[in-house]
Design a protein around this ligand. Sequence first.
Ligand code: AMP
Length: 490
Amino acid sequence: MPDGRHSEGPTEKCGVVGVSLDDREAARPLYYALYALQHRGQESAGIVTHDGFQQHSHVEMGLVGDAFDEGDLESLNGETGIGHVRYPTAGSVDSSCAQPFSVSFKSGSLGLSHNGNLVNAEEVRQELAAKGHAFTSDGDTEVIAHDLARNLLEEDLIRAVKRTMGRIHGSYSLTIMHDDTVLGVRDPEGNRPLCIGEVDGGYMLASESAAIDVLDGEFVRDVKPGELVVLQPDGSGFDSYQLVEQDNTAHCFFEHVYFARPDSRIDDNLVYDVRRELGRKLWDESGVDSDVVLPVPDSGRAFASGYAEAAQDEGAGVEFAEGLMKNRYVGRTFIMPTQDARERAVRLKLNPIRDVVEGKTVTVIDDSIVRGTTSTQLVQLLKDVGAEEVHMRIGAPPIVAPCYMGIDMASREELIAAGQDTEDIREEIAADSLSYLSIDAVAEALGESKADLCLGCVTGEYPYDIEGETTDRDVARPEIDGAEAGIADD
Ligand code: AMP
């Protein structure tokens, strides 16, 4: 694959949910859960339910609040269902990729919601196309749906899922509806999050635990890497099948740094605690004396509070101040198509409070630098309103390579840290000083070994076999045949 290009098809950077209840309609809980996951995708939203006889589906472009009206929710009958919010991808706004993806076939119906990105979708697509499968989108979710539908013609549900897991490679957290049964599947490396919750009258699956909280549910646990979870259609419980075991996980550290909500719990870590700890480590590694510490809202907040707290623990007279105000109604600057539009949007989005900054030395804390647009603009803005010095501290290592696993990162040519060292970047963004966090500090804050993390975007070495890129591990996979998978008949 050419340098810096995303893998095949549009990447899926999304939120997924699934609900199975005893005697209550699933649509409304799914709708509220999708609201809680809105930060994971704003391009489209969808729900598919099953009433025991047939599927009902409503998928629309736009935000959750705009995609459904009262009538839509009422028409989504059934006590089981899945939902999806899709992240916008620069340039491509394509309703054929909106999810859940549904398909009917000889032995039933399937609905699929996918978060992640396959790295061998094209290969599997071509194989299935050669066997007569017709595809309606270029997304990898449809590839999973067709492969699973095909396997379901020959195998029972568990074996069919296992066979599909042996065929697809890459990052996937899935909620699946097979007739009225809701399933959750997490890829063998556990790249994207997925968790189980108990709610009034049943169980649910969600990308993040915040979606369980909004339904007043109880977090049960994370879905394990390589695990299939089957929710009982009557809401009475769930069954677990460890279908694939891998020596190492490849958890995405960037979920904790940027993508997930701070009030979510992922793989035994509360995201808020991780961000605060990253902030503390940032002070330990590269603390700088200044009058005020300003977070870049919103994701920089927890980092900055950890940083300021660690500074104060050491007796440094650093004051934490909300000196940058964010306009919530400006969309995400990151995905704007042109650099001009991105710069204008940063200015619209962030405004410094002159009185907090004027005549002061300032440390600005952000979670990450991607293209450098935000930091360049911020340094300029803060100097314009009278900051004497502006020091940038970043709660992640330099992002030097693209993400193929489902987070929208720029290509290498656009990444400010690709091919430049920190001093070059400091000069480019015109800060008085600049420091990033080390990779070791990230692993320590997460309590995981580096071998269990996907660090592709900060090392350029990926835990998956991606054409044109190098890998940091043995990615050879055993052939998995559902029929001979050794699954106990129970
Ligand atoms: P940039 O301005 O290109 O350097 O992007 C950095 C800013 O965008 C930071 O303030 C991050 O909080 C935010 N950011 C980082 N990664 C992403 C992403 N994948 N999508 C949207 N925003 C991001």
